[in-house]
Design a protein around this ligand. Structure first.
Ligand SMILES: [Zn+2]
Length: 254
């Protein structure tokens, strides 16, 4: 559809919204108006998250199986376990303008519930979880979903994120909460903090808990990929891992 400049006559305060008819010769005016009449379009997205200190959990297969228990009594939806991503999804990012990254992300996560996908969009965008090394156990924690099942902007989502300590092989678990979207509400921060405290309490209460720890999250090293786990066959995207991000067994290097 061709654009037509709005024509403005002296003494006319507002230009007519309808396009002016072509003049007698059948051509339109190419004169620039004095001032562009702009319509404003804007969207403010707000994403926020909080993570707790890490709790050291004694290494072993039972530690992984115990993760969903840490959300019992807090989750208000089904508890989902999202495993670390293998090497073929090492570039996965929820950014639709980057088609290759977006396709990887969708292929990796299309089977998750709307709640889990929303949680990943919020928490990955603000770098609160990283599926290169995190196992993320996730649910709705407060608030409502819309009619399609997606959390409202003021709903709190999250749970527990776990990775393997590269020195000891113990599991480090931290509480994670997040919220956001097309809106912001004043009390989300306070509700989020309260839920984070409950999550940390539950994590500490695990029978395998060894207490709070100051271990840093692993340095992100997305790249050509690391080692294939001889125990579970998982091909890690995290090239510096000494412990399999999926099963926690020690990796061997060739
Ligand atoms: Zn493994």
């Amino acid at each position: 559809m061709p654009l037509e400049f709005l024509r403005r006559r002296a003494g006319e305060p507002t230009p007519a919204p309808t396009p002016g008819p072509a003049d007698a010769s059948g051509t339109t005016s190419h004169a620039l108006p004095e001032e562009v009449v702009a319509q404003e379009h804007q969207l403010r997205l707000n994403y926020a998250a909080k993570t707790s200190e890490g709790v050291r959990i004694k290494a072993g297969p039972k530690a992984l199986a115990d993760l969903p228990q840490m959300l019992v009594g807090i989750a208000t939806s089904e508890i989902e376990v999202i495993e670390p991503l293998p090497i073929e999804y090492s570039q996965a990012t929820p950014t639709i303008v980057r088609p290759s990254e977006a396709m990887q992300w969708l292929n990796a996560h299309h089977m998750l519930s709307p709640i889990a996908r929303h949680a990943l969009v919020v928490l990955e965008t603000v770098d609160a979880v990283d599926l290169a090394f995190d196992t993320f156990v996730c649910a709705m924690l407060d608030g409502e979903t819309d009619t399609s099942g997606y959390p409202e902007y003021n709903a709190i989502v999250g749970g527990a994120a776990a990775h393997w300590d590269e020195v000891t092989g113990d599991m480090i678990v931290r509480g994670v909460v997040g919220w956001g979207g097309r809106g912001v509400r004043g009390d989300s921060d306070r509700i989020g903090s309260k839920i984070l405290t409950s999550l940390l309490t539950n994590i500490m209460a695990s029978q395998y808990s060894l207490g709070l720890t100051a271990v840093e999250r692993p340095a992100v090293a997305h790249g050509q990929g690391g080692v294939v786990c001889p125990h579970c066959g998982f091909a890690s995207a995290h090239e510096r891992a000494f412990y399999c991000p999926k099963c926690g067994m020690r990796l061997t290097r060739g």
